[in-house]
Design a protein. Structure first.
Length: 335
């Protein structure tokens, strides 16, 4: 399925609730908006996304073709898949397009950039990691100051080397970014002394040049993408057993998540970094209102959720042998 088809399908999901902004003198659609909290089905119920801007703007650069190979940010950050990709989704796109959807590009979608993609069966083999695991190949060499040495090699696709390791990883969700402590799996898009906005803008530019094989983004394009991403909050909104997670006093769902405070060192083990308040193990209270629900059906499931929350808050788990947490510098003596 092409990226444009995915956007169209998302729009179809909200027939009757899709708003199109148009000039009063023109019938030409300008900016399709998907309303907040639209439930999108998943195996245990449904998740939804809430944007602090009021809606999801599908005309944003996030959904535009800014490169040369047909890819968009939304090719690998799919709203229906929690703003990442899943093997099931990738397999559907392969079947629909015979492996020609923009996500199937040899620069990083195939097991090796040199893989044969000339026929359907060749593409099925070339993109096997993407199809079965939903992972993209990233080529990175061993850093000069790396804390490890390469002592063994397993190179089944005949391309990787010490100069360019083939690292396969799932695209990180482009939502809930306000809770990040670093940008990217290895933190390589986190720059000392810079803001999270700067880090994400650099990441968007690098992704466009690398994954989409495009030119550098303008600053305005980078800022627009970051503004879109950082406004997004995604969470489960419906449970198959408990029903809606934001009813009867429950505070689940993405809109409630968007109001959650966060900063580095909040409720830290050694005292809150801003307030100095001591660590409080009771970190989840969003389902306190469900503790005393009685009866069967959804109320029974909701009461079980509340009991699970209490176990999470109160169950003591010993952490041993972790440098920086258990060592002498932290507690006076190692455990």
């Amino acid at each position: 399925m092409k990226s444009g088809d995915r956007i169209a399908r998302l729009a179809v999901l909200v027939v009757g609730a899709l708003f199109v902004l148009a000039s009063p003198r023109s019938a030409t659609p300008v900016s399709p908006l998907i309303p907040n909290n639209l439930p999108l089905q998943n195996p245990t119920g449904a998740h939804a996304t809430f944007s602090t801007t009021g809606a999801l703007d599908l005309s944003n650069e996030f959904f535009q073709n800014l490169g040369t190979n047909g890819r968009r940010c939304s090719s690998c950050h799919v709203p229906e898949d929690g703003w990442t990709i899943t093997p099931a989704d990738v397999q559907q796109r392969f079947a629909k397009t015979n492996g020609t959807d923009p996500i199937f590009r040899p620069n990083d979608g195939s097991n090796s950039p040199n893989a044969d993609v000339s026929t359907l069966e060749a593409r099925r083999t070339a993109y096997s990691m993407l199809l079965t695991k939903g992972v993209i190949r990233i080529g990175i060499g061993i850093p000069s100051a790396g804390e490890f040495d390469l002592i063994a090699v397993d190179n089944p696709y005949g391309f990787a080397s010490a100069a360019e390791l083939s690292l396969f990883r799932r695209p990180l969700p482009s939502t809930n970014l306000g809770f990040l402590s670093t940008v990217m799996w290895d933190g390589r898009e986190t720059f000392v002394g810079q803001t999270i906005h700067f880090d994400l803008a650099d990441q968007a530019n690098g992704a466009t040049q690398g994954h989409a094989q495009g030119n550098a983004l303008t600053q305005a394009q980078r800022d627009s993408i970051v503004a879109f991403e950082t406004a997004l909050f995604t969470a489960q909104i419906l449970d198959n057993d408990a029903g809606r997670l934001d009813v009867k006093g429950g505070l689940g769902g993405p809109q409630n998540l968007s109001q959650q405070d966060f900063y580095i060192g909040i409720n830290d083990l050694f005292g809150d970094s801003k307030t100095g308040a001591p660590f409080d193990p009771v970190v989840f209270t969003i389902y306190d209102a469900w503790k005393n629900l009685t009866g069967g059906g959804q109320n029974q499931a909701r009461a079980a959720v509340a009991r699970g929350q209490e176990v999470f808050n109160s169950k003591l788990i010993q952490i041993r042998g972790v440098s920086g947490i258990n060592d002498e510098a932290a507690f006076g003596n190692p455990t």
